[in-house]
Ligand binder design. Structure first.
Ligand code: ASP
Length: 326
């Protein structure tokens, strides 16, 4: 719970940041300016995902194709337990997937509560490219995927099934997001033409209530791209991003002059100021602007993100609010 001391600190942090938006740009440590192409993504599984995106970007491909290719890597990897095949199931043992994608022309596509289809991001891309809609859910999303040639397959691996059964036995009704049971991949890319795109895909919160959909397929909450300004994606307890339309907020803060780093910090502080109980959860934002500057910030220690550009290929530990408040 928030206490008065934290509230005062948060208010001070907020006003200090706002006043320096226009006077300086805060870059992630050691980051050279204005890189293009560049791709950034959440968590360690972002490293191999970035390489797949990088291949597209360095062959003069478009950022939208790069982010789709990139996030398909963890979607197909059964060892990544929070995305695609091998993802944690819901309370009833069903793996339900959420994903969205957005390009530099405000086109976007999304699927939610999709079952038995390994690559939700590509179905979301087809929603974007081949329908007048933004979002398809559940059975309708699956039917659409089948019409487009995707096959159904069992996404609950033996490992996930055994762990879920163990969880059932122990009766741990854990609906909260903590550092063991989440790790959506959100990816943002700026291509050689200077265009931004983003993608976000997840199996959501482990052992969630059946029917629960988080922020990851919600345009504005788990992902947002405005090609004039920048792009943002999120990971962690989706309900907090949904309540604040977090990624849209990050992009709008960049529009007002914040660097990606400042915008992510402000968005996390907004959550902390507005939402009781925020300290029990993790939320991480990652942002990339039109110049190729990037930044990230989170509530709890432990969030990291992967960066790939001509100059660098590395995993960076995000700064976090808890240490700032200490
Ligand atoms: N944001 C995802 C969700 O709430 C999970 C995560 O990124 O940790 O479904």
């Amino acid at each position: 719970m928030r206490n008065r001391r934290d509230f005062l600190k948060l208010s001070l942090l907020g006003s200090a940041l706002t006043s320096c938006f226009t006077s300086r740009t805060v870059l992630a440590a050691g980051q050279p300016k204005s890189q293009r192409p560049i791709v950034v993504s959440t968590w360690e599984h972002g490293m191999p995902a970035n390489l797949a995106a990088w291949k597209v970007l360095t062959e003069n491909g478009k950022s939208i194709d790069a982010v789709e290719a990139g996030v398909r890597v963890p979607e197909a990897d059964p060892d990544v337990r929070t995305v695609g095949i091998g993802g944690y199931p819901d309370r009833d043992g069903n793996v339900t997937l959420d994903a969205c994608i957005m390009d530099s022309n405000m086109n976007c596509g999304s699927v939610a509560y999709l079952q038995n289809i390994k690559h939700p991001i590509s179905v979301a891309r087809k929603v974007m490219d081949e329908t007048p809609h933004v979002m398809l859910v559940g059975k309708g999303a699956q039917e659409f995927a089948l019409q487009k040639g995707y096959q159904t397959e069992n996404l609950l691996t033996e490992k996930s099934r055994l762990e879920w059964q163990e969880w059932l036995k122990n009766g741990q009704a854990r609906q909260q997001i903590n550092i063991e049971n989440h790790d959506t991949i959100g990816m943002l890319a700026l291509d050689t033409f200077g265009n931004l795109s983003g993608a976000c895909t997840t199996s959501g919160a482990a052992y969630k209530l059946p029917g629960r959909v988080g922020d990851s397929p919600i345009i504005g909450a788990g992902l947002y791209v405005d090609n004039e300004i920048g792009a943002a994606t999120a990971t962690g307890m989706g309900e907090l991003m949904m309540k604040t339309v977090g990624c849209h907020l990050v992009v709008e803060l960049m529009r007002q002059g914040a660097s990606p780093q400042q915008a992510c910090e402000q968005a996390v502080q907004r959550i902390a100021r507005k939402l009781d109980g925020y300290a029990d959860y993790q939320v991480g934002f990652l942002a990339l602007n039109k110049q190729g500057d990037y930044g990230a910030y989170c509530i709890q220690p432990g969030f990291n993100y992967a960066v790939k550009s001509v100059q660098t290929e590395r995993l960076i530990n995000s700064d976090n609010l808890m240490e700032t408040l200490r």
